[in-house]
Ligand binder design. Structure first.
Ligand code: PRP
Ligand code: URA
Length: 207
């Protein structure tokens, strides 16, 4: 498995805006979707294409279209904030949802929802969540996606702690990780430092 830290100036600039504590929920959401779109441009580099004979206004020619169905799996809630940005680039993608929250005391993920798409087992699957902290939530979501039969799976997040990356690499060595920034550490409450705070609360304005 590989870890790709996508250090593009456009991504770094937008992520810095998101980290600022004074950034509004509206600006936070906009930047999150924009970064998600910029990141999948790189993530989908190996998306398989199939040949198609098409007719331009002038001649017949060979074109190429996306061959494999794409399924996005946002981890609710915060992962939802990345879906629109990705679907702008891949409008045919379907969305399967996994609902998890971290228990405040144990930091373990608690599952409250899971809804696959009918074609998930033969799709190119992208599990999305802005935050990879201890790795518990991502590990659980990847386990659920595999139970659905998903075989080609990638994980994409904005900010990761080194502990989360290590945990994911151990539990799911077959899954590539794409991240905008690998931050320094986790604090005692399980928050990423410097991080950007609670992503779900900032997206939905719940604090
Ligand atoms: C956040 C985040 C991840 C998880 C990461 O969700 O969106 O899903 O924490 O932490 P972990 O790597 O230690 O598991 P949270 O549990 O706060 O739920 P929310 O998205 O509903 O706010
Ligand atoms: N979840 C978040 O939303 N932020 C963190 O820093 C860690 C987990």
């Amino acid at each position: 498995m590989s870890v790709f830290e996508l250090k593009h100036p456009l991504i770094i600039d937008k992520l810095t805006r998101m980290r600022r504590k004074e950034t509004t929920s509206k600006d936070f959401r906009e930047n999150l979707n924009e970064i998600a779109g910029l990141m999948v441009y790189e993530v989908f580099r190996d998306l398989p294409l199939s040949e198609q004979t098409i007719q331009t206004p002038l001649v017949e020619t060979t074109g190429y279209v996306i061959k494999t169905p794409v399924v996005l799996v946002p981890i609710i809630r915060a992962g939802l904030g990345m879906v629109e940005g990705i679907q702008q680039l891949v409008p045919t993608s379907r969305v399967a949802h996994i609902g998890l929250y971290r228990d405040e005391v144990t930091k373990q993920p608690v599952q409250y929802y899971a809804k696959p798409t009918p074609d998930v087992n033969r799709s190119y699957v992208l599990v999305v969540d802005p935050m990879l902290a201890t790795g518990g939530s991502a590990n659980k979501a990847l386990m659920i996606a595999k139970e659905w039969g998903a075989k080609t799976i990638k994980f994409i997040c904005l900010v990761a702690a080194p502990q989360g990356i290590e945990s994911l690499q151990t539990a799911h060595p077959d899954v590539d990780i794409y991240v905008a920034s690998i931050d320094q550490s986790l604090n005692d409450e399980g928050y990423i430092i410097p991080g950007l705070g609670d992503a779900g609360d900032r997206i939905f304005g719940t604090k």
